[in-house]
Ligand binder design. Sequence first.
Ligand code: BES
Ligand code: ZN
Length: 593
Amino acid sequence: MSRFDPHSHFDTDQPRTHRLALEIAVDFERQRVAGKARLDLGGPSSGPLDLDTKGLTIAAAATGAGAPIPFALGAEDPILGRRLRLDLPAHTAQVVITYETAPEAVGLQWLAPEQTAGKRHPFMFTQFQPIHARSMIPCQDTPIVRAPYRAAVTVPEGLTAVMSAGPSEAKAGGGGGRTLEFTMPQPVPSYLIALAVGDLTSRDLSPRSRVWAEHATADAAAYEFAGIEEMIHAAEQLFGPYEWDRYDMLVLPPSFPYGGMENPRMTFLTPTVLAGDRSLVDLVAHELAHSWTGNLVTNATMDHFWLNEGFTVWAERRILEALHGGEAAALGWAIGQNALDESLARFPADSPFTVLRTHLEGVDPDEVYSSIPYEKGARFVATLESAVGRERFDRFMRRYMDRFRFTSITTEEFVMFLEVELPGVAKRVDADAWLHRPGMPAGAPVFRSARLDALRVLAQGWAGGARPDPSETAGWNANELLLYLQHLPRPLDESSCRWLDARFALTRQGNYEILVEWLTIAAASDYEPVFPRIREVLTSVGRMKYLRPLYGALAGHPRTRRLAREVFDEAASGYHNLSRRVVESVMEKYVEG
Ligand code: BES
Ligand code: ZN
């Protein structure tokens, strides 16, 4: 027996999934997905085959020819779920598992019609990264295993399904439903399988891109992402041809727990990116960049997650620079610095969770999710870039992606490749410190720009009476305003809050980054006039990035601790499982008062 991924029962001595086929039905009444998963093993095998499951009920297992396969479910592990061990008879090349999911499956969220924009139809979506595919599919749920997949998905009449796969073909389904067929011809890890079902429609943005959304949000989405083709083009100039055929996007209902998820061919996005002025499309640059860093070259396990996110944040800022110039990219780095500082403050100085190459055996990756792999990772990549110069580094990146395309790799493999391609550089930048030691290395790059310095000085001068002049702020873009707010001292007194809100119309902001930064300042300052707006946001939006600071600010103040609890009790049933857990852990830090 030889296990490689601390978050999977996958055994490297056993056959691997070469191809996956799903035949499933989505049952909104019972909040279950039920059907069959067929795993092709790439050739005849026998003996044990260990799969991951979480909350699945297994009805049967059989070979491709229909012979029953003995199976047993192991004990429940709170992080991993239950091992499903199949005992393959001689010459088994395919296994077919008949199963259904649990209503509380962590990888799925079921929304009642009231929780959607249209209010008339239910909605369901998946979020499988990091280790939740096993709650919908019995599989080798580790990124080391990659397989093309097909799916036939039966949904209720009147609803549409999308997946992280090629465009669908609709067939009339049995029993009153509609069956849609999807094909993902390229080998992908299980965490990149994705499904959403709802009353969806789409708008074409370019020959290879369209955006899907509920009817009520489709036009707003089409406006926001109109520039997508230009962005894809910029990314291709930097990183080589886009390999996934189509780049479609899906705007989810507001409870989506992340900002975006790079499901191949179908990026999933929070509706909070629909600012109305395209000021949050940076987020799409990030998910698009994953088409190279993450989806083409993938982290082998969550211990190498920085390979996905660090490279992607770096790539995202290169795209921004290509589209909007160096000043815009510098603001991106500065906003990232803020997130990094907050994450560094969340963990003790010697925490094993602030290293890049982690050892997460026994640790739930959702519990330690932070900006460290993103922003520390991106700074490490930028350090390598400046050590060898941009031209040489860009050539290195092309070779890296070429060498490892459609594979999943470890930090150690990356370091070996780096040493072969750019000998001596790892030592020169002290890659060991970046990868294996907590906190930030002494020589970490700090991104500066004149704009940034001016904004910081202005914000930090608040207590001394510095106030931005309207003539000056009129020209600020969204990120400039965000940075200004981020650098203000806090708490602020009531008249300061009133002044800020009046000057920047903050409570009415359509840009959620700015809105939530403001509401967090206001909550920490016990500024009552915005409490109704805070309650509105917390009861409608489930994005963890926004719940964490808002609940933290409310619960952190003795006067609003009860309010935090009250709002949470009202909102919790609408939150995704993961969001609920994050809020609970934020509130646990404060005693009830
Ligand atoms: N792949 C991540 C989201 C993710 C990571 C989900 C780990 C589950 C586990 C995605 O690409 C991401 O990083 N999204 C960010 C936005 C980005 C602009 C930093 C988010 O959701 O905030
Ligand atoms: Zn990402």
